[in-house]
Design a binder for this molecule. Structure first.
Ligand code: ZN
Length: 80
């Protein structure tokens, strides 16, 4: 077996870490979910086609949950 490469382990403790998801409109991996737990909101934006929404969040929401709601809204044609 080959040698193991050393990997740097970087722990990120930021709570507002943006996550990248697939855009339901343009299909690019370019959708960011930026949590703003203090304001009870999250902003979801595609940096390729500009699709964006601001959604209310609860403190326990995960970025993937918000992304699911974002894509639901898109498929329900509630986003422009
Ligand atoms: Zn897009």
């Amino acid at each position: 077996m080959g040698r193991r490469r050393r990997r740097k382990v970087i722990r990120v403790v930021k709570k507002s870490l943006p996550k990248i998801f697939i855009c339901p409109r343009c299909g690019a991996r370019s959708v960011k979910v930026i949590m703003n737990a203090g304001a009870g909101k999250a902003r979801v934006t595609c940096s390729i086609c500009g699709l964006s929404a601001e959604l209310p969040v609860s403190p326990s929401s995960q970025p993937v949950d918000i992304y699911c709601r974002f894509s639901d809204l898109f498929y329900a044609r509630k986003l422009t």
